[in-house]
Design a protein around this ligand. Sequence first.
Ligand SMILES: Nc1ncnc2c1ncn2[C@@H]1O[C@H](COP(=O)(O)OP(=O)(O)O)[C@@H](O)[C@H]1O
Ligand SMILES: [Mg+2]
Length: 213
Amino acid sequence: MSQLLAKGAEASLYLENFYGYPSVRKYRRPKPYRLPQLDAKLRTDRTIREARSLAAARQSGVATPILYQVDLENATIVMEYIAGQRVKEQVPSLKKTQRRRLFNGIGKAVARLHLNEMTHGDLTTSNLLLGPSHLIYFVDFGLAMVTNNIEDFGTDLHLLRRALLSTHHTHWEDCYNAVQEGYSATFGDRSDEVFRKVEAIESRGRYITERIR
Ligand SMILES: Nc1ncnc2c1ncn2[C@@H]1O[C@H](COP(=O)(O)OP(=O)(O)O)[C@@H](O)[C@H]1O
Ligand SMILES: [Mg+2]
């Protein structure tokens, strides 16, 4: 049995059962307007990135769904189903203190990824799930990178800041301040350098909003 869970620009996600465990199958669909060879390469590359990063992120102490299966030929991964809500839907109903606590935790988790020399690549509140025991799960690692470059860390935070600004317009500043607090508590001395990069990226006014799809 398979039930459509979500359909994004790039992938379709199905709720299934994997040997008795509720699971999610994420299938990256072919894009008819791309050159077939490039399309195949992109879908395979993002599937590999996602599969590797789910495990790498968990090793750094960030909650992610457990990876059950990878099928590169079909650009498909099967992973643990996280029973919870997206942070996106939660934000409007949270009280100020709850909001601060949540985004402080998100900032800490992003710093852990960065300390573990990786970026997420698409930090939005749709890619953060509030799972059991209030754990914040990170999903959607298809654009993740292995990097130890402060500029890349700045880009990651900049994307999150921009997502907050556009999706949670009334609370975005509160949320982002809490992210910064959590981030510096975990990332330590070099946090200011990262925050300065975020500012530099923003003042430059030109930034990569989307890699070639
Ligand atoms: N492991 C999972 N468990 C529960 N829900 C998930 C899981 N993975 C993804 N989702 C849901 O599906 C949506 C789309 O998945 P995502 O990986 O972000 O794909 P897309 O590239 O289409 O954004 C997410 O916003 C989330 O609501
Ligand atoms: Mg997503």
